[in-house]
Design a protein around this ligand. Sequence first.
Ligand SMILES: Nc1ncnc2c1ncn2[C@@H]1O[C@H](COP(=O)(O)OP(=O)(O)OP(=O)(O)O)[C@@H](O)[C@H]1O
Length: 462
Amino acid sequence: MSQEIWADVLGYVRKNISEVEYHTWFAPVKNLGVQDGSLVLGVRNSFAQEWFRKHYLELLEDALRSLGAQNPQVSFQVLPAQQDALLSLNDPPPPPAVVTAGKPAPVIHPVSTADNRRSLNPKYTFENFVVGPNNNLAHAAALAVAESPGKAYNPLFIYGDVGLGKTHLMHAVGHYIAERFPEKRIEYVSTETFTNELINSIRDDKTTQFRNRYRSVDLLLVDDIQFVAGKERTQEEFFHTFNALYESHKQIILSSDRPPKEIQTLEGRLRSRFEWGLITDIQSPEFETRVAILKMNAEHNRISVPQEVLELIARQVTSNIRELEGALMRVVAFASLNNVPFSRAVAAKALSNIFTPQEVKVEMMDVLRQVASHYNMPPEVIRGSGRVREVVVPRQVAQYLIRELTDHSLPEIGQFFGRDHSTVMHAINKVSEQMGKDADVTEAIITLRKRMQGTEDDELEA
Ligand SMILES: Nc1ncnc2c1ncn2[C@@H]1O[C@H](COP(=O)(O)OP(=O)(O)OP(=O)(O)O)[C@@H](O)[C@H]1O
């Protein structure tokens, strides 16, 4: 994960200094990780060390601050000569990085050794794809295509909003086919690249090479096909590429942010071809799927993050998986740069620049669980029909807090407890009356409210 922190720091630095300075000073730096909250950077010699201390320390601290470090610390170590030599031979400067907002700049992914998957991201495999109700149809279709390319559905058209896994699924098919049929030619291209290459080939009088290249592949993956809209020459060229591949039973997979019929100014003959195979969509993931994706991500990066922290993040970011992963990265960076353990409070703090505390979403079941653990009794008992005081008080407290911390209406809360809304209203009035008078109830409400708003830990307040 410290690689990601470093990538973000470099992204920040690069925006604030000239390209020449960046390449002279920052490209050769080796990230040695985060130790005791300090980012340790390996530099070539003591001159560079001095130079960094004098000229770039503040900039680096600002970069860390932008990632949430409250007391940013950077230290430098002179690399042993051999490591330095190895570094310059083997380690190209890390890719320009990617800070939080919006769609990140394209990251240069490590090149796979297998020749036929040069353009595939090694992370985007079926094993790394979490299947949920939002994407199970697209996943099943992609798997069917991977198993019988050119036969199952051709073309496969996957559409959905930004950052929901369309590219990931396309690449997964590519990896699967590459593994089983190493001789097959696989080409992944964004519509933008396809268009640019076409323009260049026309300019350089190399259209024949361009055509041969795209018409001789076994699997063609084209991302963001909605961008062909309005580009007549690209549509024309793509039409012929499509026909050539289709007729020779080569598989085509297309992704788009909308279904073919909603792509404006798309020629009818292309639209109908896009509809020949199977059109499938990916929706925003549900809460459970989001938590599972975060869990897989944390495991992938070999970091252990408590379930409740994953749940808090999953509640904050609901629609875009790229942002979901970015939020996890932010929490991890924040915890390691401030040298504190992962907790709900730390996570809420790390995300507070992006989400104001009021936006911390709490669900009915969370409140019930927290109340149950406070009173040391099972949640089902609180929701059950028992009428003894030991159960009635926690039930009223839970109903009061749900009303305060969630957007649910009285009838919805009533339904959750198997009661009607007037019972809930009575519970809320009762607790309101007891606030400030009954010490136990007051203490319970204050403690639980703090815990659920993510402010119970004051380890970062000092
Ligand atoms: N179901 C999933 N399981 C695990 N990771 C996922 C899943 N869906 C998406 N991701 C991850 O989310 C990130 C964004 O996915 P991807 O780039 O495939 O989205 P996209 O739909 O192609 O977005 P865009 O429209 O911006 O191109 C990637 O890092 C990807 O690995």
